[in-house]
Design a protein around this ligand. Structure first.
Ligand SMILES: NC(=O)c1ccc[n+]([C@@H]2O[C@H](COP(=O)([O-])OP(=O)(O)OC[C@H]3O[C@@H](n4cnc5c(N)ncnc54)[C@H](O)[C@@H]3O)[C@@H](O)[C@H]2O)c1
Ligand SMILES: O=C(O)[C@H](O)COP(=O)(O)O
Length: 630
């Protein structure tokens, strides 16, 4: 690209996320009683100036007087502004350094705070065009240099006319005065910069929108820190995923859509077509048919533990990583299970129902303490083993059964067979995973092995228990009480009726799959899953993916990273390296991990490389997906 291009950047709400004079007001007025009212006034004047509804110069004077700011406040202001530099500006220092002679800050703000904030990014002090303060004898800001055209109406236009830049001029800003430069014919292109604020009046007239600097750089083929603007990557979050997840994705610049309920297979087939990241919980079925339509899908986040609702194999073959939150809601499930064990042992649920109907049934009959009772945990994984520890703290004797060898915690006793456990314990609780082979795992035969009058809980997956067999065991009194949180069929939304044969049975606690539905768990999950996905997108890290070979990669330093996912057949690594060698590409690091189905190769290469190699890598037979990170 030739160097006869000039980039004019606004400062307030563009280079930084905030309006500096509003912030100066916050600092200067912090001990003033009418602070809030004055700040509102200052903000209103700022906004009406920025969207072009009032005279700028008059507003500037009014704001200066309202501020009551002193020289000493500027240092604090600068410190805060340094922290508030826009995220996309922060990450694209390379652009500012490479185009240092062509980048101009043109602002109606003040040099006293702009220069210290922008110069560390490689912007030259002489390229900062802004106002300067006038101070009174006590050091208070009393006005500004009125000869400076930037303090006047149409100031930016006047300045640009004076500068008479020879070359193409690009303007990036959030305000109407930035747009006016283009309107006056002094710029080739104006981009409304909306990362921090989208002003309707500006967006309406702008020919181009830059939701962040990445998009501007991408559109104009300028050096970027990331390989692709995040605002072009679509994220779809279903099933009321906690808002923190939305905030995290938005903070990185992704385009995010959220929906309250699950989607049916057909609806998802349609919706998935342009989605790169899909977030679901336990209800949405991500089938092979859905994945066939998912041409842009990079990653699926299960914002829960279970991943049985996702065709993991089909996702793997399509080169789509799947992440879940294996620990974030385990404590919530354990607490609910413990509470239910106590409630069922005391018939609380049934007695409470009677009370609501006006019946006072005070009696100890059938009510027992849980102390010294035998608890049988089936599936001694993250939830089962945690329940084991807490149940012992309540004085229960814990027995467990698992298909694989598990570390025995506390005084828990391992049972060699399921039958042995069932015949021993007073309470049976299921915490196995939802793998297909567990369908109908707990049926008539298992109930027959339970002690008469025992209690049964299922907070794992609905399809694991044969419901007619449970109903029969409850009706016959073989099982004295049950708590069921998960069902073979669960309503897709809160509006759909719950129909089930367990409805109306005494001493049966029914809950709508809320084992993991606590504020704490949902918040934890909403941090955990997006972090894993974004790490994968940004670095290629697959650590803790449930379907991909797990690799923990070093940070990308001064290199490009090539990510190649292929079917695990002989010769692919050799083909990758031969393509690199024949194009004289220098390899800085290479990492490979395979499983039976796929190979995952990450190659870090020198920043200067022959572009031809990219096409060759994409065309290697058996390639499933290829992408490049900067
Ligand atoms: N109700 C809810 O809201 C809720 C919340 C979180 C998790 N869950 C479900 O709880 C279950 C347990 O979760 P986790 O995180 O502890 O899972 P986990 O994978 O850590 O543990 C499951 C354990 O079950 C064992 N197992 C599997 N099949 C078995 C079988 N047939 N017999 C004996 N043991 C068997 C496994 O070896 C493993 O140790 C899962 O089904 C999960 O989906 C439900
Ligand atoms: O797998 C899980 O973590 C639980 O079943 C919870 O699922 P949910 O997020 O859909 O409630």
């Amino acid at each position: 690209m030739s160097k006869d291009k000039y980039f004019i950047l606004d400062f307030d709400s563009t280079f930084t996320q905030v309006e500096a004079l509003d912030l100066l007001g916050e600092i200067a007025l912090q001990h003033t009683e009418s602070k809030e009212q004055i700040l509102e006034e200052i903000k209103a004047i700022t906004n009406s100036g920025m969207d072009g509804s009032s005279s700028f110069s008059e507003g500037l004077l009014k704001r200066i007087h309202l501020l009551q700011a002193h020289k000493k406040h500027l240092q604090e202001l600068i410190g805060t502004l340094e922290d508030k530099v826009s995220d996309s500006i922060k990450r694209n220092k390379a652009f500012f350094e490479e185009y240092t002679d062509q980048i101009l800050i043109v602002s109606s703000g003040f040099k006293e705070f702009i220069v210290p904030v922008v110069t560390p990014y490689g912007i030259k002090e002489e390229n900062v065009y802004a106002n300067t303060f006038v101070f009174d004898a006590q050091g208070y800001i009393s006005g500004f240099d009125t000869d400076n055209e930037l303090s006047q109406d149409k100031g930016k236009i006047k300045l640009l006319q004076k500068l008479a830049l020879q070359g193409d001029v690009y303007v990036l800003g959030d305000g109407y005065t930035d747009y006016e430069i283009k309107e006056a014919g002094l710029a080739n292109k104006f981009y409304a910069f909306t990362e921090n604020i989208a002003r309707d009046k500006v967006v309406e007239v702008a020919e181009h929108i830059a939701p962040n600097l990445d998009e501007f750089l991408y559109q104009n083929n300028l050096p970027m820190t990331i390989s692709y603007p995040k605002n072009r990557i679509k994220v779809l979050l279903l099933e009321n995923v906690h808002p923190s997840a939305l905030a995290l994705f938005k903070q990185e610049g992704y385009q995010v859509e959220t929906m309250a309920g699950a989607l049916s297979e057909d609806e998802l087939c349609e919706k998935i077509k342009d989605i790169a990241i899909l977030g679901i919980r336990s209800k949405t079925q991500v089938t092979a048919k859905v994945l066939q339509q998912a041409n842009r899908l990079i990653s699926i986040g299960a914002f829960c533990i279970g991943t049985n609702q996702i065709d993991l194999e089909a996702a793997l073959w399509a080169g789509i990583t799947v992440f879940n939150a294996p620990f974030s809601n385990t404590r919530s499930v354990v607490e609910l299970a413990l509470g239910e064990i106590i409630m069922l042992s005391r018939n609380v649920f049934e007695k409470s129902m009677k009370m609501h109907q006006g019946n006072w049934d005070k009696s100890a009959s059938g009510s027992m303490e849980v102390r010294d009772k035998k608890l049988g945990i089936i599936g001694y994984g993250n939830i089962g083993s945690q329940l084991s520890v807490l149940a012992e703290a309540l004085g229960m004797q814990v027995y467990y059964y698992d298909v694989v060898e598990k570390l025995q915690l506390g005084n828990a006793r391992k049972c060699e067979t399921l039958e042995q456990l069932l015949e021993t314990v007073d309470v049976v609780t299921l915490h196995v995973d939802g793998r297909e082979s567990n369908k109908g795992f707990f049926g008539e035969e298992a109930f027959a092995h339970m002690k008469p009058g025992a209690i049964f809980l299922n907070l794992s997956r609905g399809h694991i228990v044969d419901l007619p067999a449970l109903t029969q065991a409850l009706k016959s009194g073989k099982v004295a009480g049950a708590a069921v949180d998960v069902f073979p069929y669960e309503p897709a939304t809160n509006q759909e009726e719950f129909t089930n044969e367990l409805r109306g049975l005494p001493n049966v606690i029914l809950t709508p799959h809320i084992g993991g539905s606590t504020i704490e768990a949902q918040e934890n999950i909403a941090r955990f899953v997006p972090t894993r996905i974004m790490q994968y997108i940004n670095t290629g890290n697959t650590y803790q993916s449930v379907n991909f070979p797990n690799i923990q990669l070093p940070a990308l330093k001064n290199a490009h990273r090539l990510i190649h996912i292929h079917r695990n057949v002989p010769g692919v690594l050799a083909s990758i390296n031969s393509a690199l060698a024949s194009n004289q590409v220098n390899i800085l690091g290479q990492y490979l991990k395979t499983n039976e189905q796929i190979g995952y190769v990450i190659t870090d290469i020198d920043k200067a490389y022959n572009k031809k190699v990219i096409e060759e890598l994409r065309c290697i037979p058996a390639t499933i997906k290829f992408r490049m990170l900067y």
